[in-house]
Design a protein around this ligand. Structure first.
Ligand SMILES: Cc1cc2nc3c(=O)[nH]c(=O)nc-3n(C[C@H](O)[C@H](O)[C@H](O)COP(=O)(O)OP(=O)(O)OC[C@H]3O[C@@H](n4cnc5c(N)ncnc54)[C@H](O)[C@@H]3O)c2cc1C
Length: 669
């Protein structure tokens, strides 16, 4: 490496795209400066991870416990990272997502029959406005959905399910989302996070044989993690599972909140605190996942919660009083409950963006029709630029949402590695974008958007329930990992290579010798890595990529390096305090997510062109999306340089402390 000055990129240097394997490994799984961090034992790795990369000495007890538990439950990303995680280190691997990993004909054929049945069933037998109005899903819908196999879509055939792929499951979620949020949530909570998914990932053969046929056949399941004091922060969980004296069973006491499907469920996955362990002389909280049959004595559904949207959600407060659960009902192993939950969600949360594709397509269709037929001020409202702008944005976003979600689904089916960043990006981006689409669709429909379908029908207009979609989709940015938590989760993974290389430098809990060694190791690493991030080249010619798309892919490659530099500069500026700069980090996460969206869009568009879809249409929509995404990226970068974050933070602290009484005057309290 001949680079001397980080600001004068040298032509002779190899581009990261030509990087040798050694460099790839160094960048994506940069080894910690701490000796022993390469230890293969996962327990040791966990301990080393939190103690070497993050200084917890200045944190409050609650913060430290939450962080230690999260870190101990986190599996490190695999060595090569993933397409999305590599964006943060300026390594743009378009060849990992292009050519588009199309669903095989065989897989498509395997799902076609079921998807057709589901579509017919929804249209003919599920009345979404009635379900919303009454707050109940009729019992015959439970039976009908079970008969067509909708409760065991991914469960292998040998356990009584349909054995379909993630992609086909995603297609089912699109259909469900486009029709009825309540049924979508029922089916999704049942198999994306309910008993099926954790058992498929971690269950023993006995557990699979016992429970999978039951849930695939229509016995409803649910996932119980949240408690009144444990929302985003599971470390504060208090439901306890104490081992009985002979160790053969555990006794559960406590309460779970907002357990979707709880009211109808036959079997639950329950996260509970088991006795703490001493790790390095310190108490380490243990969370364990149990399968619990709802008819076990002592288990009661004590309340049904009701919400702004998803009015027919069978969401429960579940109370446990001396509930005896056999040891063999532990999923994976004692103390690994949070890992079970997090890993389940890493895949499970992909159902939400797929359902969002359905919601968004439906809202686009409603808006498109209305904008063409509603005439105001002498022309259809779609001719007014303010309305046209909204519809164009919806269209571009729908295209990108489908691209991101089904790219990730297809990569999951191909088992190409760890896709937690991709699924988190899909979840965060799709749920937030769908909320914006619902808001815009309501605006396009005007007063009719705000009126209920029932009321519209009552006065002779078509029963189009935009307000129902808006109410139903709002919660998507809150559950299965809120948007704020998704940003922190993605940022944690983005910083990981850097924390491993340089985190120890700032960690006052480590001996001086270890910190000094980290200075040396990281100096060596960054002397090679940093100059490469200034190289001007993006991607060179990519075979079989339309020139209009190449432009955007090239931009994404260049911008990935700009992102990597920005993140590095932020680390240099804030050091170990960077994790407190949530708004700054969220801009970096926003940039990477948009880059992922642009890249997925271009790969998808190219595939559609190859399939003979109308080229002008495909390019118009893909290019519109890329251009608007680039504007959002510009905004994020501008915000990293100039913002009011500090002032805003102080203002909020003052408000919380009771200052600015003026703002509380003149209202009914
Ligand atoms: C309709 C519905 C269905 C649900 N279904 C289930 C289910 O089936 N099973 C289950 O276990 N749970 C379920 N939940 C719970 C859901 O997962 C939680 O609501 C979610 O985890 C957030 O927890 P909380 O509501 O307590 O918010 P809190 O954790 O109290 O957070 C409040 C706000 O603060 C933000 N915040 C919290 N911590 C941080 C931080 N460190 N940094 C930045 N921002 C932060 C959050 O993003 C949020 O905006 C459901 C909830 C609802 C409303």
């Amino acid at each position: 490496m001949r680079a001397r000055c980080p600001r004068s990129p040298l032509i002779q240097m190899k581009s990261p795209l030509e990087a040798p394997e050694k460099q790839v490994a160094a960048e994506t799984s940069a080894k910690s400066a701490r000796r022993g961090d390469t230890d293969s034992s996962s327990g040791e790795r966990e301990k080393a991870a939190v103690s070497s990369v993050i200084d917890t000495s200045k944190m409050s007890k609650g913060q430290r416990e939450a962080l230690e538990l999260a870190e101990a439950s986190r599996d490190p990303l695999d060595d090569r990272g993933s397409f999305a995680s590599n964006l943060f280190i300026g390594r743009y691997g378009f060849d990992r997502i292009s050519p588009w990993p199309a669903q095989s004909e065989e897989d498509r054929a395997a799902g076609a029959g079921f998807l057709q049945k589901l579509e017919n069933y929804l249209r003919e037998h599920v009345n979404p406005d009635e379900i919303d109005r009454t707050g109940e899903i009729p019992p015959e819908n439970f039976r009908g959905l079970a008969e067509i196999g909708a409760f065991g879509i991914k469960v292998p055939k040998k356990y009584g399910g349909l054995g379909l792929s993630q992609t086909n499951y995603g297609r089912a979620a699109v259909l469900l989302g486009s029709w009825d949020g309540n049924v979508a949530a029922l089916v999704s909570a049942h198999q994306s996070i309910g008993v099926a998914q954790p058992l498929l990932l971690f269950g023993t053969e006995e557990q699979k044989q016992k429970y999978l046929p039951r849930v695939a056949g229509g016995e409803i399941s649910a996932f119980a993690l949240t408690e009144s004091h444990a929302g985003s922060d599971p470390a504060t969980m208090s439901l306890r599972a104490e081992p009985a004296s002979d160790g053969s069973e555990f006794v559960l006491n406590g309460q779970k909140l907002w357990c979707t499907n709880g009211v109808k469920a036959g079997v639950l996955v329950v996260m509970a605190r088991t006795p703490s362990k001493m790790v390095n002389g310190k108490e380490r909280k243990q969370i364990t996942a149990f399968i619990v049959d709802v008819d076990t004595p002592g288990l009661e559904i004590t309340y049904r919660c009701r919400f702004m949207g998803l009015r027919a959600l069978y969401n429960a407060v579940v109370t446990f009083t001396d509930v005896h659960v056999p040891r063999e009902n532990i999923i994976f192993k004692e103390g690994a409950g949070l890992r079970v939950a997090l890993t389940t969600l890493n895949t499970g949360r992909l159902t939400l963006p797929a359902a969002c594709v359905g919601v968004s397509k439906r809202l686009l269709e409603i808006s498109r029709k209305w904008a063409g037929e509603r005439v105001q001020w002498g022309v259809p409202i779609g001719k007014h630029a303010a309305v046209a702008g909204k519809i164009a944005e919806m269209a571009g976003n729908v295209f990108a949402m489908e691209a991101m979600t089904f790219l990730t689904s297809s990569l999951l089916d191909r088992k190409v590695g760890d896709l937690r960043i991709e699924t988190a990006m899909c979840k965060m981006w799709a749920t937030e974008t769908t909320w914006k689409i619902a808001d815009d669709a309501m605006q396009v429909r005007g007063g009719r958007g705000y009126e209920t379908a029932h009321s519209l029908a009552g006065r002779g207009e078509p029963a189009i329930g935009v307000e129902r979609f808006l109410r139903d989709c709002r919660v998507n940015t809150i559950f299965e990992g809120s948007s704020e938590i998704m940003r922190l989760f993605i940022a944690r993974e983005a910083l990981d290579p850097h924390l491993k290389v340089g985190g120890a430098i700032f960690n006052t809990q480590l001996p001086v010798s270890e910190r000094a060694r980290a200075v040396f190791t990281s100096g060596k690493f960054y002397a090679g890595w940093y100059p490469r991030q200034w190289l001007p080249n993006g991607v060179r010619k990519i075979d079989n990529l339309h020139s209009n798309l190449t432009r955007h892919v090239d931009y994404a490659a260049r911008t990935s390096k700009r992102l990597a530099r920005g993140l590095f500069h932020a680390m240099a500026r804030f050091g170990p305090k960077l994790d407190r700069e949530q708004l700054l980090l969220s801009r970096f996460v926003g940039i990477a997510t948009e880059l992922f969206a642009i890249s997925a869009t271009c790969s998808y568009a190219q595939w559609l062109l190859g399939q003979g879809k109308p080229g002008d249409e495909v390019l118009a929509i893909a290019e519109y999306f890329c251009r608007s995404s680039r504007l959002r990226i510009d905004n994020h970068f501008a915000g990293t340089a100039r913002n009011a974050d500090k002032r805003g933070y102080q203002l909020t602290q003052d408000l919380l402390a009771g200052k600015h009484a003026l703002l509380r005057e003149g209202i009914v309290k």
